[in-house]
Each structure stands twice: as structure tokens, then as C-alpha cells.
Design a protein around this ligand. Structure first.
Ligand code: P70
Length: 485
């Protein structure tokens, strides 16, 4: 560029395509985040040789990397969110009394107002609540139907003596199906478990909204209404994992007839009204770094859970959280259900998804609420599932760019407790999970280009061999070695 041009002359280069804003690229006006940034945390990228060593030291498992060796961290949206100034101010008002902290009552009021349940039992995070409900309600030999397994949820059900049965619609297992509510329960599959006295073995139906392992896919309001009616006919309770329900509500607002004019908060409350209670990992929707709860309408479950909580978590008015953490959750619940926040949240995930799908990179469609899921089978059709294609892809992405993602395939699915064999799920995915209010659009561009680079280098990539396998939730701690040519 000449000095004259630098002085401000209008330069129009006919050969160069015109730059366009994000909105213009999709033929609409751009949206922007409903906040500005007050505090920043530096990022650092180590070089390729350093990443090679770090990955080897981590046994090719992204859970075992040090966060200091990661550039853009898309391992999870759990506990990795940025809190608001209001939440940080709330932390200073923590009442750290052992019993009856005022922050607990704020939390209880927020749950009652926005989710509509009568009783609230706080827990340190989601799996604490899963433990309580599983121990309180499941007997050996019971069956718990649900819309696709989640790792910790299913393990707690199994440890209580139950067996999880997947009753999600078939479309959920097809990464290319464009069904708008791929999280829905298949009513025929569910009823088949209830008939001929089967309902007596079902302590509750376990519904999740959105469905994490299916790609962050939503459940429709019509579906929860129908599931409720079916449960009523057979006298079965319905409990909900509300971990990412605010995101689910956004999809109902966008896609379901009659909901375009309703707020995220209204949709959330209506959704919960069809269920008997819920558990949550507040580390997602609620924009905090730690926390969770179990809530319910029935007194019998409340009594059992508020007794069990003192054994496993802490007193029933703190459940493993500090007072200040409960305050941050109470405020986070309100912020989570704000329409402008949710538009920006889903908008950012969708922006990354649209880039990748425009470039014909294999991802799960439609794009879900919290993450982009890469279809590892279509990245590496030459790598057998027993050689862990998704684990391999997550490792390659880190090597290329320092971006950390998470395997959601055969390693996550674990082994069948009866046969001891690997469970081979239909979905063999890598999750690029977007923390809330943390990364910018420029980060999304960097991520998109990295995924493309890994795709372009896909030939010649071989799989991995598992060399260490822990007993529970093996994906967290398993170690691997590359299969050499
Ligand atoms: C994730 C996290 C946690 C989670 C969840 C749903 C729908 C319950 C929980 C448990 C963390 C995670 C957990 C297991 C494997 C990988 C990652 N999901 N229900 O990254 O809550 O973590 O607070 O105990 O998504 O998706 P918590």
C-alpha cells in the first residue's frame, strides 16, 4: 500500500471481495452482546513443539492437559462462564453462616419464581443433585427412561441399582437429520416400557432439555406436554434436568408455533410446570463457576433429599456451596433468562456453526445451544470406532492450534456394566463448547479456521490405543498412545 493511500485516499480494489459484517453475511442486521468487558484475562499460545510434549504428557486426553498449555478452551461451558458485575457484587454479600444463610433464601426465591418448584435442596454441582435424586427414588431392578444418556446422570442411576433406557426419537442419533426438536422423547418407546405393569419398575422419567450428548438439541413444549400426559396415565413421575433449559426455551421461542411472542422466562416456567421437579448444574445456564440444586413439588422426595444432603453435601441450607456462591446463582438465574443475553449466547454458537457448515465441514445439524459437535466419523472414515476417532480428532485440533475440545463418542459411552464390552454409540463426536460471555467473535473465526486446517490434514491420521482405563467415567482420566503406521 502506498504512502498516499495511507494518508486517507479511498482505496477500492476491484479484485478484493468486499468485507462484510457478520449480519450482512447472512442477509440480516447484526446482533451484539448486551454487555461490555470490564476485566480481561490474558491468553497465551505455546508453540507446536510445546503442544506436542503437552499432549503426550496428557496421554492424548484433553482432560489431562494443563489449562496454561491451552490457547482457546472449548472443553466445556461448565463453570467456565464470566460472571457479571452484579454477580460479583452479590459475592461480597455472602452470608457464610453455617445454617440459614440469607443467600440460600435468595436462591430458593429465585428457583420458586423462575422454575416454579416448591422445595429447593442446594448441592455443590449437578452430580451432587443427581446422586440425591437417584439414591432417594431408585431401587435395584428399576428402569429409568430418558432422552439419551448423560454420563454422570446414568452412572448415578446405575450406582443406585437402576438401568437407564434411551427413549429419545431416532432422529437424535443421526447427525444429519434436520428435525427441529431432536431432543424429543419417542412416546411409543416410552409407553412400551409402561405397559403390562412395566410402569411399576419406573420410579420416574428423566427428561433433559437441551440434550447434551445429542448435540445440545431441544425438546418441544408439545413433547413435554405429551410426556406428562402419558406419565399421568400410568402414574409415573417426571423429573427434568434443567441444566440448559434456558437454551431450550430459546429454541422453542424460535421454532414452535405460538411461542414467538413469549419471553425465555415465560417459556421456562411453562416447561417446568409439566414436571414434578428438576435438578441442575448451575455451572451452565446460571453463569457461575460452581453450584447446583435439586427442586421438587412432592414432599416425600423433599424430605428424603434434604436428609441425604446432610450426609453427602452439607447442611440443607448450603449443600456444599458457600453463601456467596448461592448468591451468584440466584442472580445468575435471572440473567440466564434474559432474552437479549440468550440471543447473543445462541447467536455466537450459531455463528461458528454457520461458518463450518458453509465450508461443508461435517458437524451435527441443526446447530444446538451450547456447542458445535464435529462428526468424527466423517472426518476420519478410515479410523475404526475401536481406535477412538473422536478422541483422535480432539488431539489433532489441540496439536494444530492449541484449541481444547472434548471427546463425546465411544470413550465417553464407557462399558456396558453387564457384558463389560465397550458401548459403541451411533454418535462419535467432538464437542467445541462455548463458555458464556467469555470469547469474542474473533476467537470464533480462529476456531473455524483451525477446524478447517485439521479437516484438510485428515488423510494419514491414525487412531489411538487406550493404555489406561479407570473404572468410573473413564473419559476424564483414560490415557492413550498413537497407533503407529
Ligand atoms: C459438561 C458438564 C455436566 C452435566 C450436564 C447435564 C446435562 C448434569 C451434569 C453434571 C461437565 C461434564 C460432566 C461429565 C462429563 C463431561 C463433562 N456437564 N447434566 O461439560 O453436572 O458437572 O455440575 O456435576 O451437562 O457438559 P456437574
Amino acid at each position: 500500500m502506498s504512502a498516499e493511500q495511507l494518508d486517507g485516499a479511498q482505496v477500492v480494489d476491484e479484485a478484493r471481495p468486499m468485507h462484510r459484517t457478520m449480519g450482512q453475511q447472512s442477509g440480516r442486521r447484526s446482533w451484539a452482546e448486551p454487555w461490555k468487558i470490564k476485566m480481561v484475562e490474558p491468553l497465551r499460545m505455546i508453540d507446536r513443539a510445546g503442544r506436542d510434549v503437552a499432549l503426550r504428557d496428557a496421554g492424548y486426553n484433553t482432560f489431562l492437559l494443563r489449562s496454561d498449555d491451552v490457547y482457546i478452551d472449548l472443553l466445556t461451558d461448565s463453570g467456565t462462564n464470566a460472571m457479571s458485575d452484579r454477580q460479583w457484587a452479590g459475592m461480597m454479600l455472602g452470608d457464610e453462616a453455617y445454617a440459614g444463610s440469607r443467600n440460600f433464601y435468595h436462591l430458593e426465591a429465585a428457583v420458586r419464581k423462575h422454575y416454579g418448584y416448591r422445595h429447593v435442596v442446594p448441592t455443590h454441582q449437578g452430580r451432587g443433585a443427581e446422586h440425591l435424586i437417584s439414591q432417594a427414588l431408585i431401587k435395584p431392578g428399576d428402569i429409568i427412561p430418558g432422552n439419551m444418556y448423560f454420563t454422570t446422570t446414568r452412572l448415578h442411576q446405575e450406582l443406585a441399582g437402576g438401568a437407564f433406557v434411551d427413549v429419545i426419537i431416532d432422529e437424535a442419533h443421526d447427525p444429519a437429520s434436520l428435525h427441529p426438536f431432536k431432543g424429543n422423547i419417542d412416546l411409543a418407546k416410552l409407553e412400551a416400557l409402561f405397559v403390562d405393569g412395566g410402569a411399576a419398575k419406573v420410579p420416574y422419567v428423566c427428561l433433559a432439555a437441551t440434550v447434551n450428548m445429542a448435540g445440545g438439541q431441544p425438546v418441544s413444549m408439545a413433547n413435554v406436554r405429551d410426556v406428562r400426559a402419558l406419565c399421568n396415565r400410568y402414574g409415573v413421575r417426571l423429573y427434568l434436568d434443567v441444566t440448559r433449559l434456558a437454551e431450550n426455551a430459546w429454541f422453542i421461542q424460535e421454532r414452535e408455533e405460538g411461542y414467538a411472542g413469549k419471553s425465555i422466562a415465560e417459556i421456562t416456567l411453562e416447561f417446568c410446570s409439566h414436571t414434578d421437579g428438576a435438578w441442575v448444574s448451575s455451572k451452565k445456564d446460571h453463569l457461575v463457576n460452581i453450584g447446583g440444586w435439586l427442586a421438587m413439588n412432592h414432599d416425600d422426595l423433599f424430605q428424603k433429599a434434604s436428609n441425604l444432603v446432610v450426609v453427602y453435601e452439607g447442611l440443607h441450607t448450603y449443600g456444599g456451596m458457600a453463601g456467596r456462591d448461592m448468591e451468584a446463582v440466584a442472580i445468575g438465574i435471572e440473567e440466564a433468562l434474559d432474552d437479549a443475553h440468550m440471543n447473543a449466547r445462541i447467536g455466537q454458537v450459531r455463528y461458528l456453526g454457520e461458518l463450518l457448515s458453509d465450508w461443508h465441514l461435517p458437524i451435527v445439524l441443526p446447530v444446538g445451544g451450547h456447542a458445535i459437535f464435529l462428526d468424527a466419523r466423517r472426518f476420519y472414515p478410515h479410523v475404526a470406532q475401536s481406535c477412538f476417532p473422536a478422541q483422535t480428532l480432539a488431539a489433532q485440533l489441540y496439536l494444530d492450534s492449541g484449541i481444547r475440545a472434548m471427546e463425546r463418542g465411544v470413550v465417553s459411552a464407557g462399558r456396558d456394566p453387564q457384558t463389560g464390552d465397550h458401548r459403541y454409540p451411533k454418535l462419535e463426536l467432538v464437542r467445541l463448547t462455548i463458555p458464556r460471555r467469555v470469547y469474542t467473535q474473533a476467537h470464533m473465526d480462529v476456531v473455524a479456521e483451525a477446524v478447517k486446517a485439521v479437516y484438510d490434514q485428515r488423510e494419514g491420521v491414525r487412531g489411538l490405543r487406550m493404555v489406561y482405563e479407570p473404572e468410573y467415567l473413564r473419559f476424564f482420566q483414560a490415557r492413550f498412545e498413537p497407533i503407529e503406521g
